[in-house]
Design a protein around this ligand. Structure first.
Ligand code: HEM
Length: 483
């Protein structure tokens, strides 16, 4: 599927005498900077920025200058993998995450996604064993069981909203991982609260006026957000209190947090535990649901890919349910998953990074202290230098040989360095097992031919619901010859 950005203003080179290499950027509004163009079409804007080179200056405009008390505030978009690697890995200690909009802080607090410095190191050390090796594999049975039950509940000949189905599935899985029990009717309320929160966060990223409007001012958006936020907090606090009261230990994240201590050796308080649980709840299901939704859409548009997938599943899994032990042999499934994350990276833009001290990037650009950096998986993954014909869905790009010929850090769906996604192994196992389980049980066909555009909220969601017809699995002879 082609992603066609809307028309953006024509190229005009600007340069900054402070930099050792000139930096160019698109023409933007003197007062509002790049925000108006970015708000209109963030994804298209990022792709148009390829025309300005490996580092692109995005002036923030005079209003931001007045608010921030800076004469020429700007963000810099990094388009070269070597510069991205430098910021995320080689000189990562020189970069922190920029302050996030008030709604985002209100939802996540100082959970591991937002904490910095020693607190962040401590949190990562606590969670790493939970998200590695055998412990991750121990969830395979649960994932497959839930995916099979869902696919079996779809009646053949009916249409389903595949985005909604994938969200409910991944939510039910992360809920078990967090609280060790099945989610109940609260799932609907939680999904609604998350969607409202996502829209408000995006609004605050896009507009300085939305960002500075205090949350206690009762606009319709604020009221809806506060209602959902209060309900979600109350539910999570109840879980914490109940578990503390009955002192029952389970193999879930809540028990891990209740048994853990902070940097000073003290037990973790309820606020700390809430922040971590909300962080994992949100980071751990929306992202995977988005990747799976795009997977089904891309598969429904690519009979050849479907045929090769069916072939692999018939050989590796056959009539039984897949297991964690099958994953190393699901090579084509993995290539297809990687290619989906290339085209539609759920985390389309990493958190803005800010330099502590002056730094020189491998591209030769000298960054002043306090420089704000955009690193965008969306933009890197659609760069034709590393991915020729970048809009084409082609899992063969991820064959071992093809991948070896690309530079490191041109593909970063899970970020990199000390802040690389903690749930990467879990997400990959979950994604592959769900695809293998569902594709072995049903066929999914999109009836509508209207293009589906990506909507860049906190995760990259489809711009509208994707309705799919549930069919019996096609037998391999009904597929076109895989080539
Ligand atoms: C396809 C699915 C997923 C994608 C594409 C994804 C992507 C990412 C990315 C790009 C980051 C780094 C953000 C940055 O540097 O600004 C991140 C961080 C994180 N992710 Fe994921 N994620 C996925 C699934 C998950 C799952 C399943 C979990 C947990 C169960 C999870 C938990 C986290 C956490 C806790 C962080 C913060 C790490 C830190 O800052 O130290 N993610 N994720």
């Amino acid at each position: 599927m082609q992603y066609a950005p809307r028309a953006h203003k024509a190229c005009r080179m600007t340069s900054n005498a402070l930099q050792s290499v000139p930096i160019s950027g698109p023409p933007v509004s003197r007062w509002f900077g790049f925000f108006s163009e970015f708000r209109r079409d963030s994804l298209g804007f990022l792709l148009c920025c390829h025309a300005y080179g490996d580092i692109v200056k995005l002036p923030m405009g005079r209003i931001a200058g007045l608010l921030l008390r800076e004469p020429d505030p700007a963000m810099y978009l990094l388009n070269h993998p070597a510069d991205v690697r430098h910021v995320l890995v080689a000189n990562q200690d020189n970069y922190t995450k920029a302050p996030v909009p008030p709604v985002e802080s209100c939802i996540f607090g100082q959970g591991v996604l937002h904490a910095e410095g020693a607190a962040h190191h401590h949190q990562r050390r606590l969670f790493l064993p939970f998200f590695h090796g055998d412990h991750v594999n121990s969830y395979a049975g649960l994932i497959v069981e839930k995916a099979a039950a869902l696919a079996d509940s779809w009646q053949k000949g009916r249409t389903i909203d595949i985005g909604q189905e994938m969200t409910q599935l991944t939510l039910s899985i992360i809920w078990r991982l967090l609280f060790g029990q099945d989610i109940g009717p609260e799932a609907v309320e939680i999904t609604q609260a998350i969607t409202t929160g996502q829209h408000l966060i995006k609004k605050q990223y896009d507009s300085l006026s939305a960002r500075i409007l205090p949350l206690w001012i009762p606009t319709a958006d604020h009221r809806e957000f506060s209602h959902g936020h209060r309900r979600m907090n109350a539910m999570i606090r109840q879980f914490i209190q109940d578990r503390r009261a009955n002192q029952q230990h389970r193999h879930d994240l809540l028990s891990l947090l209740l048994a853990a201590t902070d940097g000073e050796g003290q037990p973790l308080g309820d606020d700390y535990i809430r922040n971590e649980l909300v962080t994992f709840l949100l980071a751990g299901h929306e992202t995977t649901a988005s990747a799976l939704t795009w997977t089904w859409l891309l598969l429904s548009q690519s009979p050849m890919v479907r045929a090769r997938l069916a072939d692999e599943l018939a050989t590796v899994v056959g009539d039984r349910l897949p297991t964690a032990a099958d994953i190393p042999r699901l090579r084509y499934t993995k290539m297809m998953w990687d290619e989906t994350l290339r085209l539609y990276p759920p985390a389309w833009l990493l958190h803005t990074r800010v330099s502590r001290l002056e730094d020189r990037l491998p591209s030769g650009v000298r960054l002043p202290p306090g420089a704000r950096l955009f690193l965008s998986p969306w933009s890197l993954h659609r760069d034709p230098r590393w991915f020729p014909d970048p809009n084409r869905f082609d899992p063969d790009r991820f064959s071992e040989d093809a991948a070896m010929h690309r530079p490191a850090f041109c593909y970063i769906p899970f970020g990199g360095g000390a802040r690389r996604c903690l749930g990467e192994s879990f997400a990959e196992m979950e994604g592959l097992l769900i695809v293998a389980t569902v594709a072995s049980r049903v066929g999914l066909r999109r009836m509508d031919t209207q293009p589906i555009l990506p909507n860049p909220l906190m995760t990259l969601r489809p711009s509208k619901a994707i309705q799919m017809l549930v069919e019996p699995v096609a037998s391999p002879e009904n597929y076109p010859t895989a080539g």
